[in-house]
Design a binder for this molecule. Sequence first.
Ligand SMILES: Cc1cc2nc3c(=O)[nH]c(=O)nc-3n(C[C@H](O)[C@H](O)[C@H](O)COP(=O)(O)OP(=O)(O)OC[C@H]3O[C@@H](n4cnc5c(N)ncnc54)[C@H](O)[C@@H]3O)c2cc1C
Length: 409
Amino acid sequence: MHWENWYGNQRCSPDHVVAPRSEEEVAEAVIAACARGRTVRPAGSGHSNVPLVPTDGTVLDLQRLTGLVAVDAATRQVTVRAGTRIRDLGPMLWEHGLSLTNQGDIDGQQIAGAIATGTHGTGIGLGSLSSALLGARIVRADGTVATVDLSTPDELRAARTSLGALGVLTELTLQVSAAYALVAQLEPCSWDELMVGWRERLRQHRHFLFYWFPSEAAARAWFHHDPPLRADSVLVRTMDPAHPGTPSEDGDRRRGPAFQVFADPSEPDFHELEFMVPIERAEEALGELREMLLSAHPGHALPLEVRFVAADDAFLSPFAGRASCSISVSGVLGEDNATVFADCERVFARYDGRPHWGKWHPYDAAELERLYPDLDRFRKVREELDPGGTFTNPYLGALLDRAREGAAR
Ligand SMILES: Cc1cc2nc3c(=O)[nH]c(=O)nc-3n(C[C@H](O)[C@H](O)[C@H](O)COP(=O)(O)OP(=O)(O)OC[C@H]3O[C@@H](n4cnc5c(N)ncnc54)[C@H](O)[C@@H]3O)c2cc1C
């Protein structure tokens, strides 16, 4: 048996790969794995580039567990099966006059996989996808189903960013929004222009992000702009509500149903790390990062992407308790990015940057305890839902287990 992630940088040879079509089949696969004394890892569409999934036990591939289960148009709450891809969910919700409140740069992830790592888009008034989770059904090691919702606040706060460490989510209830269309606009400017009044622009637009190009090569890497973008310049992307009309694309402007506008049409290949710093310290952190890259890595060949996310309350959310500026640094696949990434991490560490769970970072439980004041509350829910340690692997053990227990699981 073989499993590998979307990047191809994480692989494993599990004794079983099972693709269940129902919650009952999930429970059967989990019970069978436990009977063999093996661990279980749920897998989404494999877009995380760190070893969250690899196991020599059972990989549960959830791609067949799809579709809408229930829609309450009045409260704008929907229940969806875990393996539904975000790109399929958009049109399903649209038919009911609904939309996800926010989305990220791609839509190939499964909804449970995206929520498990705190996947986010941009918009200072808008939370990550995890913050939309109102309830879930979770298959446990003995095959029973735990129901978490607003009446079980600690379990819900744990399930909102679970890393697949609590059990297998089979159905997720989400708060969504009334259907809306967006017009997206790209606007080039210099770094100095951006720094004047960017917070005002952040407040004005429903979604606001920017790319910064440390070099000429970075300016050419993803955007074919006319006139060409220059080194140390910026491209601002805004997205604002628009009248739904005929979807259109015209140079720097794109309009259509929100689910068609959020995602890039392509899923680019790159190594990436992403850290979230408190929004109050955004300018300071960005300024230091920019100076470091221009002086130590002047040829850095890919853009940085900078986004903004509202605070939420999930125990392991990178946005827990603090509105954040997310800064993502990409490196060319196949090149050695270790030095530039390590230099960036040192800057992020000075700003208490919390890493994206689905992207590369060097942290273990000791650092994460400092960054996540509620890590122990997550551990308590994990003990309650998975007392035997079925839903783990060595990578998760290093992240989540108390330092002294590290070797035990
Ligand atoms: C090109 C690219 C662009 C990206 N853009 C963004 C972006 O804009 N914003 C952002 O925040 N992130 C982004 N990411 C990161 C991505 O959203 C996360 O890594 C996300 O977790 C991937 O979802 P997935 O379905 O592929 O899950 P996987 O990577 O397969 O799994 C992620 C985690 O979810 C768990 N899991 C999956 N299904 C279940 C389930 N049913 N029950 C319990 N646990 C489960 C797994 O065990 C694992 O721990 C991007 C990644 C790529 C490759």
